[in-house]
Ligand binder design. Structure first.
Ligand SMILES: NC(=O)c1ccc[n+]([C@@H]2O[C@H](COP(=O)([O-])OP(=O)(O)OC[C@H]3O[C@@H](n4cnc5c(N)ncnc54)[C@H](O)[C@@H]3O)[C@@H](O)[C@H]2O)c1
Ligand SMILES: [Zn+2]
Length: 381
C-alpha cells in the first residue's frame, strides 16, 4: 500500500506573494541569503508584512550549498526569537537551510505550538518548496547530506514569477537542468506511479519547450512562469517517488569540486541515462528492453521526438538533452569545470562510497556496483 498526499498549499499566479498580506500579529523569522537582501527582493516580503502588527527578524546568512555551521547559527537565532512563522525566501540553499533550522530547533526545544513554514523560491530548480528533502553540506568532509523527513515539508509554497526575473542566465541554465534531472529520475524511479508520472511528464515537456527561451531572454515572462511551475511539478514528482544515482553522484561531486548542483546534474545526466537504460547490444536482437529504457523512450515521445523503437527513443532523448545543453552552454565534462585527473583520482574512492550510501540511490532503477559508479565518473571526466 502506498499513501499519496500533497500537504503543501501552493499559491501561484500573478501577485501570489500577496498571500503574505493576510498574515497579522505573528512573530516571523525570515530566512534568506545576502543577495536577496542586497538586491531589495526581500522588500517584496517585508512590505507585505509590515503593516499588520507582525514582528519580524531577518536571518540572511545563507550561502550556496548551506553548511552545518550556518544551520547551527540559524538554530540559535530561532530559539532566541521564538517565531510562530518561518518564511524562507531564496533559492534551494535558503529554503533547505531554513527547513533544517526549523527541524533541528523543534527537536532541541519541542513546543506545543507548531511553527508554520512558508517557502518562497526565487530560483526555478530544486522544487524544495514542496519536498521533504533538505541538502546540507559538511564542508570539512566535502560531503552533502540529503536529509529526508516528513517534518521538513513546507506548509505553504508561494510561486511568484516576479521573483525569478532577475536570475542570471548561467543560474537559469543550471537550475533548469536540475528540474529536468528531477523529472527524469522520478520518471524512472523504482517507485514511479501514474501520479508521479503525470507531474514528471509535464515538467519534462515544459523544460524542453521553455528553458531555452528563459535562458535566452530573462524578461520572457511566460517562459519564466512555465519553468517556475515545472520546477514545482518536478519537486512534487520526486517527493513522491525519490530520485536516483544522478543525484547521489552529484551530491558528493558537487560538494567535492564546488560545482553548482544543477550543473553537476547536467554533466552526469546523459551517462546516467545510458547506464540506467542498459540497452542490449545490436547483435542481441532477442534481448528485451529494461523498464527504464521504455520510460526514457516515452519521455522522448512526450517532447515530440521520433521513436520508431525503444532503442531509438532512448537515443532520441539523449540527442535532445545534448542539444539543450549546447543551447544552455553547459560544460560536457569535469575537466571543462577545471577538475584535474589527479583530483578526480584522489577523490574517487570517497565519491563511490558516498554515492552508494546516498539516500537517493535506493530508488534508482538499476542497482549500481562500485565499478558501475567508477565507470560513470570515468566517462564524465
Ligand atoms: N531540497 C531539495 O529538494 C533539493 C533538490 C535539489 C537540490 N537541492 C539543493 O539546493 C541547493 C541549490 O539551490 P539553487 O540551485 O536554487 O541555488 P542557490 O539557492 O544556491 O542559489 C544560487 C545563487 O543564485 C542566487 N539567486 C537566488 N535567487 C535569485 C534571483 N531571483 N535573482 C538573482 N540571483 C538569485 C543566490 O543568491 C545564489 O548566489 C543545493 O544545495 C542543492 O543540493 C535541494
Ligand atoms: Zn536536484
Amino acid at each position: 500500500m502506498e499513501e499519496i498526499s500533497f500537504r503543501t498549499k501552493i499559491y501561484t499566479g500573478e501577485n501570489a506573494l500577496d498571500r503574505l498580506k493576510t498574515i497579522s500579529s505573528e512573530k516571523i523569522m525570515i530566512i534568506s541569503d545576502p543577495y536577496i537582501v542586497k538586491s531589495g527582493i526581500i522588500q517584496e516580503v517585508v512590505s507585505r508584512l509590515e503593516s499588520n502588527g507582525n514582528a519580524y527578524i531577518i536571518f540572511d546568512n545563507i550561502i550556496p550549498d548551506p553548511p552545518l555551521e550556518t544551520v547551527a547559527a540559524g538554530v540559535k537565532e530561532l530559539l532566541h526569537f521564538s517565531p510562530s512563522i518561518i518564511i524562507a525566501i531564496g533559492g534551494g540553499s535558503a529554503i533547505d537551510a531554513a527547513k533544517a533550522i526549523k527541524d533541528f530547533s523543534e527537536k532541541l526545544q519541542p513546543k506545543e505550538a507548531k511553527m508554520t513554514f512558508i517557502a518562497v523560491p526565487t530560483t526555478s530548480g530544486t522544487g524544495s518548496e514542496v519536498t521533504s528533502f533538505s541538502v546540507i553540506t559538511d564542508k570539512d568532509k566535502g560531503v552533502k547530506y540529503p536529509l529526508v523527513a516528513d517534518s521538513l515539508l513546507p506548509d505553504e509554497a508561494i510561486l511568484d514569477t516576479a521573483l525569478v526575473m532577475t536570475v542570471p542566465s548561467t543560474i537559469t541554465a543550471d537550475t533548469g537542468m536540475d528540474v529536468l534531472t528531477h523529472a527524469l529520475e522520478a520518471y524512472v524511479s523504482i517507485k514511479a506511479n501514474s501520479f508521479s508520472d503525470a507531474f514528471a511528464e509535464k515538467a519534462i515537456q515544459l523544460v524542453f519547450e521553455y528553458l531555452p527561451r528563459a535562458y535566452e531572454n530573462g524578461n520572457d515572462l511566460e517562459a519564466r512562469e512555465k519553468i517556475h511551475q515545472a520546477s514545482c511539478l518536478a519537486g512534487l514528482a520526486f517527493n513522491m517517488v525519490g530520485l536516483g544515482i544522478n543525484h547521489s553522484i552529484a551530491h558528493v561531486c558537487g560538494a567535492q569540486f564546488k560545482i553548482a548542483h544543477g550543473r553537476m546534474n547536467a554533466i552526469l545526466l546523459p551517462t546516467v541515462i545510458e547506464y540506467n537504460a542498459d540497452l542490449p547490444g545490436y547483435d542481441n536482437r532477442n534481448a528485451s528492453f529494461t523498464a527504464a529504457a521504455k520510460k526514457y523512450a516515452h519521455a522522448a515521445k512526450i517532447i515530440d521526438s521520433p521513436i520508431p523503437s525503444t532503442r531509438s527513443g532512448v537515443k532520441s532523448l539523449l540527442a535532445r538533452i545534448s542539444k539543450l545543453k549546447k543551447t544552455l552552454n553547459i560544460p560536457e565534462s569535469l575537466t571543462e569545470c577545471g577538475v584535474t585527473k589527479e583530483q578526480l583520482k584522489e577523490a574517487q574512492e570517497k565519491i563511490i562510497t558516498t554515492a552508494l550510501n546516498d539516500a537517493c540511490t535506493v530508488t534508482n532503477p538499476r542497482t549500481p556496483s562500485r565499478s558501475d559508479i567508477e565507470t560513470i565518473i570515468d566517462k564524465i571526466q
